[in-house]
Design a protein around this ligand. Sequence first.
Ligand SMILES: Cc1cc2nc3c(=O)[nH]c(=O)nc-3n(C[C@H](O)[C@H](O)[C@H](O)COP(=O)(O)OP(=O)(O)OC[C@H]3O[C@@H](n4cnc5c(N)ncnc54)[C@H](O)[C@@H]3O)c2cc1C
Length: 322
Amino acid sequence: MDILVVLEDKSGNIHRMSQEAIAGAQQIGGECGLSIGVLALGENAPALAKQASQYAVEEILSLENEYLNNYTADGFTAAVAQVVSSENPKYVFFGHTYQSRDYVPRVSTKLKRPFLNDVVSYTTKEGKPVFSKQAFNAKLMAELQSNGDGPVLVSFQSATFSSDNIQNGTANVRSVTVEMDTGTIKTVPEEPFQEAAGGVDLSSADLIVSIGRGISKEENIPIAQELAKAMGAELASSRPVVDSGWLPPHHQVGSSGQIVAPKLYLALGISGAIQHVVGMKGSKNIVVINKDPDAPLFEIADYGVVGDLLEIVPKLTEAIQG
Ligand SMILES: Cc1cc2nc3c(=O)[nH]c(=O)nc-3n(C[C@H](O)[C@H](O)[C@H](O)COP(=O)(O)OP(=O)(O)OC[C@H]3O[C@@H](n4cnc5c(N)ncnc54)[C@H](O)[C@@H]3O)c2cc1C
């Protein structure tokens, strides 16, 4: 295989960002004539492999090992490094998730191979992909290409590709094994980040309602919470809302918060400072409500409403609740 996509397990299902990486592999593979394999590893490997076998890829590798039943960076690094060494693909694709951010740099170090992380787009040049990532707070785009034959590790930011574009097909599942022992794992796994922080993984949310300083005071936060609840959305915010102590830090979107790319980002009373925009401009649909018609965020909005959020939002919630 030329491209190996490494899956992440989300409670027994393929993580949305791994599905996006498969869609990306299919697109890039189609344009550059590269074949695709998929690696499912961990406790739920058979279930993930079965799901992946319905996609149009060449082969699924399924890896079970008692040392991979709970995620640890040590275990996943050792396992993925061994599979990459034995399969020798040109590219290894990951979603740019908390988990891949944790262990893929170690795979890169172990294999002494480059890791192009947080990629947001690509082009092709002479039949090879050229990857792009944001630099200097998204003021510049950096184009990256490996000058060797691979393997090159690549992680994709959320919504770089759409999981809706995955092509279905049938693929055979092959069991693979790796050598691991008690000495491999030097850490004790804890609960995954989401549960441990009691917070939200905004980077994989489909719908986000985000509030800025325009919400005016803490007492108004429930107005936005009710809208988010009616929509089945996660609640996010700009930095001033967090700095004021109105929401905990894990709600913050932006250069010093989370990078998100939901299907819908509804921004309420957010001006559009670059530090906020870099965290959400990959969203598929951006809807802005702001009473200032010159607010910079309108420049990247798909839909904009000039008005007072304190008047509009309760009516919107009522309309959604029916
Ligand atoms: C190093 C550094 C890192 C940073 N990191 C981040 C980050 O990660 N995330 C982040 O968000 N910011 C970050 N910032 C801060 C950033 O520069 C901005 O100050 C911040 O994003 C502004 O937040 P805001 O849009 O909510 O507030 P403001 O800029 O004050 O905008 C409030 C908006 O609400 C509108 N408004 C007011 N009342 C209403 C109403 N009733 N109805 C409708 N609209 C209304 C106003 O017209 C205005 O456009 C960082 C700054 C620095 C220096």
